[in-house]
Design a protein around this ligand. Structure first.
Ligand code: SF4
Length: 424
């Protein structure tokens, strides 16, 4: 099953989620890969009807511009120029207007991911915000996040981010070690990433930082302790993965799988000691600082995606919903309609397993049955029984939760569900 890498968080084709700009393999933007089991080929041209959207309502905006291109990155990104940014803003105005016409109302969360959204100037960010103000409104009711590279802001700019309406920053620190950052092709140095976290905390933002693990030459324990000691209330920890067609792949860079597994366990142990609990495979937070926006993806709620390569999960009358995936920038600027994948009950069931089992909350069996009309426990009984016996899954009330062992082996566990035909 391509695209599922549980510990790296890559369950999506072009990118899904805590969507920061800088980690190589975190789930990017709201793009959830379709199981492909029953929906057939993507069809072009959505056929939306105006459908009421249930709470929560979230929006992801993909801003694909980066100051430099990292050799491990397979996200949709590019260097910027003034003409390209102007065209981006023009197309965004059209796209937001069209989507809003079908799905109006206020938003609970807004997430600016990329790319490096903080690579836009203050004026450009204000122009994007004006587009959202004219449609859904700005800021979001619960959480408004900006992904930011450590070198793109100082104390004054943080004040501007606050005035613009952002309340949460996701900072792409990746490591506190200069050699590791150099290897990853990052422009900042270790002390600059740490200073960026300190500044953002002092300025009163809800801060998340990204840390990459299993990087050759990295002292992972030192990085985990150093970042946790900043007092950051949310840390996203991602394994370096070597994606095809990237410069790292062409250079033959490899990641040691034992080291990968060791770092995954180490992250849990070290961060737990600082009160940062793993609440999703890659996400650790102090109680109350869990990402509100990402929960929307993990729980299968509606989200709107704007920008090149962004995805949406939209309600459709008489069906579970449809996933819509935007084209990359050239076709997106030309106004080509997004690809649309209808989501069947079986697709949704498997998607919710993929995302729900990543989280400490797990999968709510009764909610899933009510939404799909399908009963997971009946349809996948042999796989479930086997997983219970092996200590990979446990049942807590009416929720299905992956154990620590299950999280470590989540890729293989999920593969079994996809490989076994459901029992009718
Ligand atoms: S900064 Fe840009 S190139 Fe580097 S990992 Fe993030 S999106 Fe990719």
């Amino acid at each position: 099953m391509p695209g599922i890498t549980a510990k790296s968080g890559v369950i999506c084709p072009a990118g899904l989620s805590e969507t920061e700009n800088t980690a190589g393999n975190k789930p990017r933007g709201p793009l959830i890969e379709h199981s492909g089991r029953s929906a057939g080929m993507p069809v072009k041209e959505p056929s939306h009807q105006v459908v009421p959207v249930s709470e929560p309502r979230s929006l992801y905006l993909h801003i694909p511009f980066c100051p430099s291109i990292c050799p491990y990155c397979n996200f949709h990104k590019m260097r910027r120029n003034e003409g390209l940014v102007a065209a981006f803003l023009e197309r965004l105005t059209e796209e937001a207007g069209a989507l809003y016409a079908h799905f109006g109302g206020e938003l609970d969360t807004i997430y600016f991911g990329g790319g490096t959204p903080s690579h836009l100037s203050d004026g450009e960010l204000a122009a994007v915000i004006a587009i959202l103000e004219r449609t859904w409104g700005w800021p979001a009711k619960k959480e408004t996040t900006l992904e930011a590279d450590p070198l793109t802001f100082d104390r004054n700019r943080l004040d501007t981010f606050g005035v613009l309406g952002f309340d949460r920053l996701s900072i792409g620190v990746q490591s506190s070690q200069d050699d590791v950052l150099r290897f990853l092709g990052r422009l900042h140095r270790g002390h600059e990433g740490l200073a960026a976290i300190d500044m953002a905390l002092e300025a009163g933002f809800n801060v998340s930082a990204d840390l990459m693990t299993a990087v050759p030459g990295q002292d992972t324990a030192r990085d985990l302790h150093t970042l946790a000691q900043t007092g950051v209330p949310h840390l996203s920890v991602y394994t370096l993965t070597i994606e095809p067609q990237t410069p790292f792949a062409r250079r033959g860079v490899t990641v040691d799988q034992d080291r990968d597994a060791d770092d995954f366990e180490l992250a849990h142990t070290v961060l737990h000691g600082y009160g940062l609990e793993r609440y999703e495979v890659s996400s650790h937070a102090r109680p109350g600082f869990e990402s509100v926006h990402n929960r929307v993806y993990w729980r299968g709620s509606t989200f709107f995606g704007l920008g090149p390569s962004a995805a949406s999960f939209l309600p459709v009358r008489g069906a579970i919903g449809e996933r819509r995936k935007n084209h990359v920038i050239k076709a997106w600027l030309a106004g080509e309609p997004a690809e649309v994948l209808p989501v069947t009950a079986e697709d949704y069931l498997l998607e919710m397993l993929m995302t729900g089992l990543r989280t400490r909350h797990g999968v709510e069996l009764d909610t899933l049955a009510a939404r799909t009309g399908l009963h997971l426990e009946e349809r996948y009984r042999p796989v479930l029984e086997d997983a219970f016996k092996q200590g990979l899954l446990r049942r807590v009330g009416r929720r299905l939760i992956a154990t620590e062992q299950g999280l470590l082996r989540l890729d293989g566990l999920l593969r079994r569900f996809f490989q076994q035909p459901p029992q009718d």
